[in-house]
Write a protein that binds this ligand. Structure first.
Ligand code: DGL
Length: 192
């Protein structure tokens, strides 16, 4: 008998960075990946809009018999995970958030840069996490256009990174958007 698939969603291609890691751990599962490019970028949308987008994707994935849903998007998690879990209590819904607690646990004194969408950085969910683990040595950087530039494989990515990345020495970077690991080499190159 065929396995029920695991559903995974993002506003675009960013969630593939998460899917790649999940497949390493669970290679025998089937997956349905939903890329909501129609509504991307989520980071510039209102909380209500993102809740509605995620709600309709979750409905679709449930209709495809998914046994579990992974919200592979920091912005969607910040804006919608609570409402979606409340609405669908019978299915496991797993979210992702910027790994800021890792700084607290493993790199506490390091000069830290958190990069995320504007939606994530200003969300109540992320700000609660940040205030809980604040190392008093962190820059929060809202990277307004970055996910869209990545999505479009835009030639302006390098210029944009040069423009927004801090000029001071950074010792730890939290990639708080699932699109950003696709740029990890460039972010390392342009961050002192
Ligand atoms: N990949 C998404 C995240 O992790 C967001 C990109 C967007 O703004 O749509 O936040």
């Amino acid at each position: 008998m065929k396995n029920s698939p695991i559903g995974i969603l993002d506003s675009g291609i960013g969630g593939v960075t998460v899917l790649k890691e999940i497949i390493k751990l669970l290679p025998n599962e089937d997956y349905i990946y939903y890329s909501d490019s129609l509504h991307a970028p989520y980071g510039e949308k209102s909380k209500e809009d993102v809740i509605n987008y995620v709600d309709s994707i979750v409905k679709f994935l449930i209709s495809k018999n998914c046994k579990m849903i992974i919200v592979a998007c920091n912005t969607a998690t910040a804006f919608a995970i609570k409402e979606i879990r409340d609405k669908y209590p019978d299915i496991d819904i797993i979210g992702i958030e910027p790994a800021y607690k890792m700084i607290h646990d493993f790199s506490y004194n390091k000069k830290t840069l958190v990069m995320a969408t504007s939606g994530t950085i200003h969300s109540e969910k992320f700000l609660n996490l940040y205030h809980q683990y604040d190392n008093d040595n962190t820059i929060l950087l809202s990277c307004e256009k970055l996910a869209t530039l990545i999505e479009n494989d835009d030639d302006g990515i390098e210029d944009y990174l040069r423009e927004i990345l801090p000029k001071e020495k950074i010792e730890a970077v939290v990639l708080g958007c699932t699109h950003y690991p696709l740029l990890i080499d460039k972010i390392k190159e342009f961050t002192p």
